[in-house]
Design a protein around this ligand. Structure first.
Ligand code: C2O
Ligand code: CU
Ligand code: CU
Length: 529
């Protein structure tokens, strides 16, 4: 049995005796890079491509005024039918998985009031959002349950800077962010993996007029597709190898799952290997990898052999121009928007999306079945968006972050620059207005994500970035022993944010770091190293 001591208990010890520096204490089982385990379901699984895709409908605001749309979401336990014949207990935004689809207009402010009726604290993060600190979902800014007990209140002492609330909390998303496919999910320190796995994830789109004028496929042919893997026990409940099934006290996962938890069932919008009845038209697919640790390589199979996608967007919105891609690698946290063109298909054709990184049933993702011939008036223009390249010569600072497994004091876990996540110690203090170059390096593969700003990938391993690195990104997937350079301009919102690995088990086992942003006038920023 591994000794596991939470950073939280260490914080309390540290506070009591006045020592600085806190560390977690996971002992990752020794493993080799290729023995990634996946969980095996014991429930009866459906035949792939038999269950209809669920297309989320936009949540209606509870109230609107001149500037703002107000939404309300209750986080609660519920039972969901995911596998036919079983009922799966979930934690859901509004009691559903995925959570309700939120749609914001670029010109309007969005306020989402969350109420926590779950048995655990929560933190809501808008992934990809350009959001002030108070609403970003910093991992210790807890929203405690409405009926919080002392079992929860002890968590408030884990971080003296945290803004903890009880019961309800408003998350305020300012107007102004360009159209993009964002998603929201739980982000509680140490417990993001199990909370998201139980269902706390949903899609949040920002739309704007420039995008709407382009004539891209829209309405029922604009499909958000949240892809997640899961596994199910014999009763239909989610399997997750938590050290502590209550997700209250002891973080981490058992045995070799420290590499990341993989399931054997691929869900799209919460449906196992769905099929979607389609017409002979172009579709805009907003692909979102909401899996804890699974990376997919998506490929289209048309009736007459291989098909392709046309990429039109990345994490931060539309690309400058469309790009053809034959297969698309998508890691946890990443989004790609693609056009899938079924206009040349015949009624009766089947078009299947495969995962070339899977094995057995995880090689399948979903299928389109062409059932109707229509005339399609959508367009994919050659110019989609204006993207000004960030110039490396404009950068004022270059920083380096090494994402590695390692030991720090008593702990063995996932570290950045040799340190486990510590909310009190910023690893960087960029000034607002500056462009910086961040060099990111890996030991094994890690999807690396920044809060607050979208960035551009400048290079990989000293050479050109990948074609799919184009556009604005907030998550970049690095393979083993890679080094990427990204350029990021810090624009506004002073405060405390994180960068982290988006493999949620790595994140929970400390592969996260704080950075703080500072106004130009602030001496704090100038002193930054
Ligand atoms: Cu999608 Cu910090 O997370
Ligand atoms: Cu994020
Ligand atoms: Cu990682």
């Amino acid at each position: 049995m591994n000794l596991v001591l939470s950073r939280r208990s260490l914080f309390r010890i540290a506070a009591a005796v006045g020592v600085a520096g806190a560390a977690g204490a996971w002992q990752l089982a020794a493993d080799s890079p290729d023995d990634r385990l996946h969980l095996t379901s014991s429930a009866r699984l459906p035949e792939p491509f038999t269950l209809p895709l669920r297309v989320p409908r936009a949540l209606a605001p509870i109230r609107r005024d001149a500037t703002t749309d107000y939404h309300r979401i209750v986080q609660r336990r519920a039972n969901a039918v995911i596998l036919p014949g079983y009922s799966t207990p979930i934690w859901g935004y509004q009691g559903i998985f995925p959570g309700p689809l939120l749609v914001s207009s670029r010109s309007r402010r969005t306020v989402v009031s969350h109420r926590n009726e779950l048995p655990v604290p929560v933190v809501v993060h808008l992934h990809g959002g350009h959001v002030p600190e108070a609403s970003d979902g910093y991992p210790t800014d807890l929203l405690l349950p409405v009926d919080a007990t002392s079992a929860h209140e002890h968590m408030m002492d884990s971080d003296p800077l945290a803004h903890t609330m009880i019961g309800e909390r408003d998350y305020i998303y300012p107007a102004g962010q360009p159209a993009a496919t964002l998603w929201y999910h739980d982000h509680r320190m140490d417990f993001t993996g199990p909370s998201v796995w139980r269902g706390l994830a949903g899609v949040h789109l920002v739309v704007d007029e420039a995008e709407q004028r382009l004539g891209l496929p829209s309405g029922e042919r604009d499909l958000p597709l949240l892809i997640t893997d899961r596994a199910f026990d014999a009763t239909g409940a989610f399997l997750y190898p938590a050290m502590d099934p209550t997700a209250l006290h002891t973080p981490g996962v058992t045995g070799k799952f420290g590499r990341g938890v993989l399931g054997d069932v691929i869900l799209v919008n919460g449906v196992p290997w769905p099929v979607h009845r389609a017409s002979t038209a172009r579709y805009r697919l907003r692909l979102i990898n909401g899996s804890n640790a699974r990376v997919y390589r998506l490929r289209v199979e048309m009736p007459l052999g291989d098909g392709h996608f046309v990429q039109i967007g990345s994490d931060g919105g539309l690309l400058d121009r469309p790009r053809r891609v034959d297969a698309l690698t998508i890691a946890p946290g990443e989004r790609y928007e693609v056009i899938l063109d079924l206009s040349g298909c015949a009624v009766g054709d089947r078009v299947t999306i495969h995962n070339d990184l899977g094995d057995g049933i995880t090689t399948r993702v979903m299928r389109f079945e062409v059932t109707e011939r229509i005339a399609d008036s959508s367009r994919v223009p050659d110019r989609l968006n204006e993207i000004t390249p960030l110039d490396r010569r404009a950068a004022v600072t270059t920083r380096r972050f090494d994402f590695r497994r390692g030991d720090s004091g008593s702990m063995s876990g996932w570290l950045i620059n040799g340190h486990p996540y510590d909310p009190r110690e910023p690893i960087a203090r960029p000034r607002l207005g500056d462009v910086e170059i961040w060099q990111l390096s890996t030991d094994l593969d890690h999807p690396i994500h920044l809060h607050l700003e979208q960035f551009q990938v400048l290079s990989r391993n000293g050479g050109q970035p990948l074609a799919t690195d184009a556009g604005w990104k907030d998550t970049v997937y690095l393979g083993a022993s890679e080094l990427a350079e990204i350029a990021v301009r810090f624009t506004d919102y002073p405060g405390r944010y994180v960068l982290h690995c988006h493999n949620l088990e790595h994140e929970d086992m400390a592969m996260m770091a704080t950075f703080t942003t500072h106004d130009r006038s602030s001496s704090d920023g100038i002193a930054a190293g």
